[in-house]
Unconditional design. Structure first.
Length: 228
């Protein structure tokens, strides 16, 4: 099991394949995605790597986190995340993961926070049909209708689909295809939509249902810290 990466969502565009068909893609950018720490079975009880991406001002970084970044000899990061890995896929602290970590054609799972829509009604939030346009219905055409029963059970069941806060939830979309990568510019083009707004941090990892392809670099596609 390989590590994933922390990428930033740039936006959507389209590319053309050899048959001239256009493919909608989401552009993800890797920005200084480096290994900040390791988690080992002996010391922590599990095996993982902690990655950091982006950059943060020193004055906006807590003193404790400054010490962690200094121990790893990396600049303060804007986003941190851990990825579980197998023992043979641990990556050295300070190494930078590049876009060639993924290969064209492989499937990935992406995790992000969806765009917040604020308070939304039942029609927008749950795709309800609404009430009738006539026959006694007035004013409340877009209401969700009855929410409960009579005296028994005399309450509204938990989880009832009603109006409420829509969006701004953590979502994982599985089995998206990597169309292409650009190591020089640090770009990963993923087919389809990715949850999150422009500029949001996205976690990208090998698809759990299919795993990494045989030609994917192991333990990761990295650029050693000394080579910078």
């Amino acid at each position: 099991m390989r590590s994933g990466v922390i990428a930033q969502k740039v936006g959507m565009t389209r590319v053309y394949n050899d048959a001239g068909e256009h493919i909608p893609v989401t552009v993800l950018r890797l920005e200084n995605c480096q290994v900040v720490a390791q988690r080992t079975e002996d010391k922590n009880g599990y095996t993982a790597v902690q990655l950091g991406a982006g950059s943060s001002k020193v004055k906006n970084t807590s003193k404790a986190m400054r010490g962690n970044f200094a121990a790893a000899s990396v600049e303060p990061k804007a986003k941190l995340a851990e990825f579980r890995v197998s023992a043979d896929n641990l990556i050295e602290v300070g190494s930078e993961i590049v876009a060639s970590h993924f290969v064209a054609g492989q499937l990935v799972d992406v995790t992000g926070t969806t765009q917040g829509k604020g308070f939304a009604g039942a029609i927008k939030r749950h795709n309800f049909g609404g009430l009738r346009a006539t026959h006694g219905v007035s004013v409340s055409h877009r209401s969700h209708g009855s929410t409960g029963n009579n005296q028994d059970p005399g309450k509204v069941w938990k989880g009832k689909r009603m109006a409420g806060h829509m969006g701004q939830t953590r979502v994982t979309t599985q089995n998206l295809e990597v169309v292409s990568t650009d190591e020089t510019r640090g770009l990963i083009l993923v087919k389809g939509a990715v949850p999150g707004s422009k500029g949001a941090w996205i976690l990208v990892r090998d698809a759990v249902k299919s795993g990494a392809p045989d030609n994917a670099p192991r333990p990761a596609g990295v650029r050693a810290a000394e080579a910078k």
